[in-house]
Design a binder for this molecule. Structure first.
Ligand SMILES: NC(=O)c1ccc[n+]([C@@H]2O[C@H](COP(=O)([O-])OP(=O)(O)OC[C@H]3O[C@@H](n4cnc5c(N)ncnc54)[C@H](OP(=O)(O)O)[C@@H]3O)[C@@H](O)[C@H]2O)c1
Length: 226
């Protein structure tokens, strides 16, 4: 039975990934600050931004890192702390967990890692300077790590656009905001957790000849002009 760590598997896209992997009969270990609803998983209460201590796990077949931020501000209001906080949760903590479990990933014959970026890396968007810089760092890291660790570990990235999760709640909390957000996308809706989770699970499990890729699951926003 394949065993995966889902960092941030308690809510949003991560919870949908956990549900999908459980249906496939996988063994799941979740790290998060609050308790997940899912049953039949191993849960560790961990704040990845503040700790360097992680549970001992013998071998894993994959790792998904979900924690992220949406910190939208004009450039003149972005402080150094804003940049540091966004880098910490989106990039540095992802690298920290990845480095910690590298030996355990190397023991698997089919090891795979999935990180999350954002559409705002490939498509310039006002007020996204801090988050897009942090996620761009993660994309660069993922490509380099994919090269360094091929053929032992596949490493890919999913880059969503606006998706209906707790993280995006304040951007979708009125009908007008929802309609405007849907209309900005060529496919005329925002993402659902299953849209994004399906892509992540595909990269994690079935995409055996895919590594170093950024999969844009964004309703067409990064590539189409309609
Ligand atoms: N939603 C969007 O519109 C959108 C758009 C583009 C990119 N993304 C990216 O997609 C990824 C998933 O987003 P999401 O919307 O599903 O996020 P979410 O709703 O905030 O869920 C994030 C998950 O990470 C966990 N988490 C957050 N901080 C943590 C910490 N310090 N330590 C441990 N666990 C932590 C949360 O659980 P606890 O709170 O229990 O710790 C939760 O399970 C993120 O990287 C995000 O940047 C999302």
């Amino acid at each position: 039975m394949a065993k995966y760590i889902v960092v941030g598997g308690s809510k949003g896209i991560g919870a949908a990934i956990v549900a999908d992997l459980l249906q496939r009969g996988c063994e799941i270990i979740v790290f998060s600050r609050t308790k997940p609803n899912a049953e039949s998983i191993e849960w560790h209460q961990i704040d990845v931004a503040t700790t360097n201590i992680f549970p001992e796990i013998d071998q894993i077949d994959g790792l998904v890192y979900c924690p992220g931020s949406i910190n939208l501000k004009p450039i003149n209001r972005l402080s150094t702390d804003d940049f540091l906080n966004d880098l910490s949760i989106n990039f540095l903590s992802a690298v920290k967990v990845f480095q910690h479990y590298l030996p355990q990933l190397k023991k698997s014959p089919n090891a795979s890692v999935v990180f999350f970026s954002t559409v705002a890396v490939s498509q310039g968007m006002p007020f996204h300077a801090s988050i897009s810089a942090a996620k761009a760092a993660l994309e660069g890291f993922a490509r380099s790590a994919a090269a360094e660790l091929a053929p032992i570990i596949r490493i890919n990235v999913v880059a969503p656009s606006l998706t209906d999760t707790p993280l995006a709640a304040t951007l979708l909390n009125t009908d007008v905001k929802k309609e405007n957000a849907a209309n900005r996308h060529p496919l005329k809706r925002v993402g659902s957790v299953s849209d994004i989770a399906q892509a992540a699970v595909y990269l994690l499990t079935d995409a055996k000849w895919t590594t170093g890729q950024v999969l844009h699951v964004d309703g067409g926003l990064s590539t189409l002009r309609v």
